[in-house]
Design a protein around this ligand. Sequence first.
Ligand code: PRX
Length: 651
Amino acid sequence: MSNNIESILTETRVFEPSDAIKQQAAIKADKLDAMYAKAEQDHVGFWADLAKEKLSWHKPFTKALDDSKAPLYRWFTDGELNVSYNCIDRHLDTKSDKLAIIFEGDKGDVHHYTYQELHDEVCRFANTLKTQGIKQGDRVIIYMPMIPQAVIAMQACARVGAIHSVVFGGFSAEALKDRVENAAAKLIITTDGGLRGGKAIPLKGAVDQALAKGCDSVKKVIVYQRTKQEVVMQDGRDIWWHEAEAGMSNYHDPVMLPADHPLFLLYTSGSTGTPKGVQHGSGGYLLNAMLTNEWMFDLNDKDVFWCTADVGWITGHSYVAYGPLAMGATIVMFEGVPTYPDAGRFWQVCQDHGVTVFYTAPTAIRALMKFGKDIPAQYDLSKLRILGTVGEPINPEAWMWYHEVIGRGECPIIDTWWQTETGAHMIAPFPGVTPLKPGSCTRPLPGIDAIVVDEEGHEIGNNSGGYLVVRKPWPSMLQTVWGDDQRYIDTYFAKFNNQYYVVGDSAHKDADGYIWILGRIDDVLNVSGHRLGTMEIESALVAHPKVAEAAVVGKPHDVKGESVFAFVVLNTDLPAGAERDAMVNELRNWVAQEIGPIAKPDDIRFGTNLPKTRSGKIMRRLLRTIAKGEEITQDTSTLEDPSILKQLQQA
Ligand code: PRX
């Protein structure tokens, strides 16, 4: 982290928007100024006007914000709408033949869906859900690879008023089971498997394992056939997608729902306990998901937008499954990985489908940067006009490479700061207006009252750092933690007496008021742009029969941003040589099985104890220093047993 902070603070380059993008972009400086002024003057009215203008309402709302139970805010509550109607049906009059989804599979297979075709698919599947007994408010787990059927399943849930929870296909059976049980889901939608980098990854098998261990709420499993690998179908419970869908009508009347009806849950890691089900509503969520596609990506009718995120993450919700479709845009969905069959794959997809706006994560840029600029030079990337990034602070070197090598020095880099909880972008530049500084996500959007405060909660001036917080509610903010309002309040509001939504990141504000995100203030790691709680990984490790204690910290990593570094105390003798290597392997695989391969520790060190204070608190800052391989210069006088440090350093 310290490297990151230094490189951020010494960055002085400023990039003005090019004349081309200034002319092209729908939002120009005067319009943006007017938006800021309006939002400043009448925060709730600003959002209410946009909600009326941008969304199609079945029944208009009369009250924009219900803050009677603050901080449990609800938006547009007496209005009624359907999210899927807003993403699909309302475009059919003018855009039925326009492409909604361009899909490229891992092996290069391509499939197109027009808005009409997407409508028909979603309707058939909505009718299928109804036939399988799914009703408004039921929870449905979607555990699928990055294929159009995942979006079709999400949209179909939205159409019938079922609350979906997409579980990333890379999560293990154990992680899936926890989420199914927390949501008390009635149905799981999955595939036989998914294709990634030329390999078939089983998914139905993991569902079977999860269901064998509990998940009593699950009545049905719908299985889409993707890989044709062998699966076991359980009579009465499991049904093939194509069989369930046979004979279903292409028409389905969307259920009109109150605007604050939950649309989805998405589980994310925090500093304590098990992952929490972040609950998002319908109208407010969709408004910001849609608007930020317009504001940050300037999507117009000619654009082809590719967001590389998996639908298992919030980015895949707001910038694949919902936001761009609400705009009536054409999106690209890609099943594979950036390096298969070679490191030119992303650029080949951009070229072949004429991608104009591309959105990915710094970890992907850093990984591809390593292969040099000759690879992207082999592809025609001339249609690209806007490049976006999300998930972690982008280091200026990666920013410059993205801008120059991929963006020909012309495409603005839209660094978007936001979170699962915020639903949509919060701090980001407008492509046609905002001067850019590599590594800064620039300024809060109009209507987003994000500020930086000190330990006492007072707003700080420029040229200083502190806690990033949001003062006023905004439409796409999480509604609560599923089934646990108290945890919502404790996690996000308690620190400053319910005054602010507390983001969990620290930030620096520079002389121009630009925000530079420094990283998490809690025990959350950011590995390749994915949030992992150190607690979760520690709990997984201690669940192993041979592990007595474990502490996990992040270690700076030049591609992943951070990697997982675990310190482990076994309840056997300290292992050495081949025995130690075997134990390391065993524990890495164990974590992959308990949580998923993304949580696998890169390093594991064994000791006879962990460095603790006399009161028993693990001194994580010392562990971070050891993980980095640096000399310990901190005060160690409060340690119970200082000799443990030598042992962990040498191990
Ligand atoms: O620490 C911030 C980092 O990712 C966290 C949110 O993670 P998650 O909920 O998984 O959502 C990721 C995709 C929105 C934030 O608290 N983060 C996200 N975007 C940025 C970022 N850090 C710096 N710059 C960003 N652009």
